[in-house]
Design a protein around this ligand. Sequence first.
Ligand SMILES: Cc1cc2nc3c(=O)[nH]c(=O)nc-3n(C[C@H](O)[C@H](O)[C@H](O)COP(=O)(O)OP(=O)(O)OC[C@H]3O[C@@H](n4cnc5c(N)ncnc54)[C@H](O)[C@@H]3O)c2cc1C
Length: 411
Amino acid sequence: MVVVGAGECGTRAAFELREAGWTGPITLVGAENVLPYERPPLSKSVLTGPDDACEPTALCEGRALRDAGIEFVAGAAVTGIDRDAHHAVLSDGRRIGYQRLLLATGAAARRLPLAGIDAGGVRYLRSRADALVLRDRLRPGARIRVIGAGFIGLELAAAAAARGCAVTVIEAAPRPMSRAVPTAIATALADRHRQAGVDLRCGLTVERLTRRDGVLLLELAGGELLECDTVVAGVGAVPETALAEKAGLAVENGVRVDARLATSDPDIFAAGDCCSFPHPLYGGRRIRLEAWRNAQDQGRAAARNMLGDDQPFAAVPWFWSDQFDLTLQIAGLPDTAGQEVVRERPDGVRIRFGLGTDGRLLYAAAIATGNAVAKDIRLAEMLIARRAAPATAALADPATPLKALLRQAPS
Ligand SMILES: Cc1cc2nc3c(=O)[nH]c(=O)nc-3n(C[C@H](O)[C@H](O)[C@H](O)COP(=O)(O)OP(=O)(O)OC[C@H]3O[C@@H](n4cnc5c(N)ncnc54)[C@H](O)[C@@H]3O)c2cc1C
């Protein structure tokens, strides 16, 4: 068994292969020259934590890999797949034979096509190395300009503001996180950023980057010039599909897999941020998720299917984001629902439910301090998984426990 990519997904898959009973060799190949680590802390504690706690959380120690009999090849990329010979070809020329191979190559930060980008200074945030460079630049008073108000841009802005930087966020769309979250939640987050002194400007584009007398300048549409110490682009991610394309596998907004996470080659699977898959809870719509839990769940599911389990992947999408003292949680897909129902709890927290035209619950989203929404979102996730169509009055009524709705839902 060969796993390409030692991120969240690939590492979980390698361990699952062993736990599910595979006794033959397992090789985990990672292009980064470090032990596998978690990416979510990169825009959170790695940027804001004390100097002695700024490393991202390790996914596992080297000893755990050795104990599980997983051969970990770090700092080498798989550059080709010889599908006829069943060989993975490494950047150092090595060839590793496989019976089944998993592509867990993740995604890369989308590069910004900006005039003058060669003036230098545009950073991205995807890897440990990126985060450590940025951490060093988040000094009190530093002028940090963030292009893009998606999750990564906003988490970074919150971290920079917490470190005392002067932060500006430029977003082309009329509101932050335009596609990913319900409008009311995006507004609450935007308010929190502004309250913390972040200059969040929406409906505005950047024109070019220049350097004059050694000063980096960001020119905005309309001509305004912003002096910058650091410019960071958070303009989305693109799936790492180059290897799959070179190997002749089907690609469609990510490596195209079927419900069992198998690619167009039955001996090659793909999972995590790099793949698009049909979701049975959303009418078989093909989606690609960039979410930590999905990477874990798909890694494990792909591993079992590589061993012949043959199970469709149907987990409810789940995502969280931490910004300042607020945590946002979303279960399901917010862009699928037609009707929104709001439940206002006695503590003032609002849970937003999205329903389809058939009355089915398709998403639940909420924002609050700390972990205050976790339980309700977890229950909503179970309702979504059961394809429940709760009465809107009951959903809106905080006196009706979600647990009671779950008891009435099909099992
Ligand atoms: C800064 C940041 C913050 C995030 N915060 C959150 C959050 O708060 N909540 C949330 O739900 N999600 C969050 N995410 C998303 C989450 O981290 C990802 O969904 C998850 O890491 C995806 O895991 P993956 O294994 O599919 O891909 P990745 O983590 O991208 O790992 C893929 C690995 O494969 C390697 N690789 C690629 N090609 C090759 C090759 N040819 N050969 C060998 N190795 C290769 C790459 O170097 C990389 O190490 C965040 C992501 C980032 C970047």
